[in-house]
Design a protein around this ligand. Structure first.
Ligand SMILES: N=C(N)NCCCC(=O)O
Ligand SMILES: [Zn+2]
Ligand SMILES: [Zn+2]
Length: 320
């Protein structure tokens, strides 16, 4: 798409708090022609092991994104002025049958991916990363994954069930959706079931930047390790908002103490901006436990940084 993109509603003409709720007040996909980047919601939380409520994440993050502005000074770039972004609405996923839900998600993401260059998904619980990785790897081959999360999410089963929000990256690794030489968790912390969890995790292809590592060595060292491991491979970024400390993201289902600050997370994501982010999700926002939109605003800013990085990658690819 090369003509001038259609941007969000102008906040100096239509008040920010007016109008239909789309991410950042972007146009709906049906209201624009060709779209470079689609933001899509997946209101699904049937995979949770503790507090439910992430099914209301997409509408909450959209509502919390109304104050975003076009120019991102931290990346010196105006994403939606450079490429066409649009809100593609929500993917309908069966809340009563998780196997059907993941098929629906994989199909809908594959179909959307045929029409747009990149997709940023707003969840929903972390289960959705599994079908999203299926769709993205069908397009690009096995992708490098940077997974921001308090949790490993490479556990095997819960109640003997293989598809849950604690297991998506194990299933994705077993199914060959991820590049086992180039994937990483960031922000991991807290109690595990046993030491074997870490051995399994390594075997499944992940190395780990713990929350403590970020505190000890700082954001630049973390960014350097990420760049070294990923290189120029196609990169999928999955952000579980519980990577943030509960002080920065109370509105989530499985909170763990000792997490990143939102400032640290935003900086690390910006550090990925010169890599090739081909797809991303922001998951596990559960508004019932949120206060003053703390979690929703953090998630909307994370999504904004990722969208900016994606737009820059598209512009680089065009040789502009
Ligand atoms: N993906 C998230 N947020 N949490 C996974 C927690 C799995 C457990 O209860 O052990
Ligand atoms: Zn988590
Ligand atoms: Zn997770």
């Amino acid at each position: 798409m090369s003509s001038t993109p259609i941007g969000p509603a102008d906040a100096s003409k239509t008040p920010r708090y007016a109008g239909l709720s789309t991410f950042a007040r972007l146009p709906r996909i049906e209201d624009v022609g060709e779209t470079d980047i689609a933001v899509v919601g997946i209101p699904f939380d049937s995979g949770v092991s503790f507090r439910p409520g992430a099914r209301f994440g997409p509408e909450h993050v959209r509502a919390s994104s109304r104050l975003l502005r076009p120019y991102n000074p931290a990346q010196d770039f105006s994403g939606w002025e450079a490429v066409q972004m649009a809100d593609a609405g929500d993917i309908a996923a069966n809340p009563f049958h998780i196997h059907t839900a993941v098929e629906q998600i994989a199909e809908a993401a594959t179909e959307l991916g045929e029409h747009v260059d990149r997709i940023l998904t707003i969840g929903g619980d972390h289960t959705i990363a599994y079908p999203l990785l299926k769709a993205i790897s069908a397009k690009h081959g096995p992708v490098a994954v940077v997974h921001f999360d308090a949790h490993l999410d490479t556990w095997d089963t819960y109640f003997d069930e293989p598809i849950t929000h604690g297991t998506p990256f194990r299933r994705a690794s077993e199914d060959g959706f991820i590049d086992r030489t180039a994937s990483m968790h960031v922000g991991t912390r807290g109690p595990l079931y046993g030491k074997g969890d870490l051995e399994d995790d390594e075997r499944l292809g992940f190395s780990i930047i713990t929350s403590e590592y970020v505190e000890e060595h700082g954001v630049p060292a973390a960014m350097e390790r990420l760049r070294q491991r990923i290189g120029d491979r196609p990169l999928y970024v999955s952000v579980d908002i519980d990577v943030l400390d509960p002080a920065h993201a109370p509105g989530t289902g499985t909170p763990e103490a000792g997490g990143l600050t939102s400032r640290e997370l935003l900086r690390i994501i910006r550090g990925l901006a010169d890599l090739n982010i081909v797809g991303a999700d922001v998951v596990e926002v559960a508004p019932a436990y949120d206060h003053a939109q703390i979690t929703g605003i953090a998630a909307s800013h994370v999504a904004y940084e990722i969208l900016t990085a994606m737009a820059r990658a598209i512009v680089r690819g065009r040789g502009e």
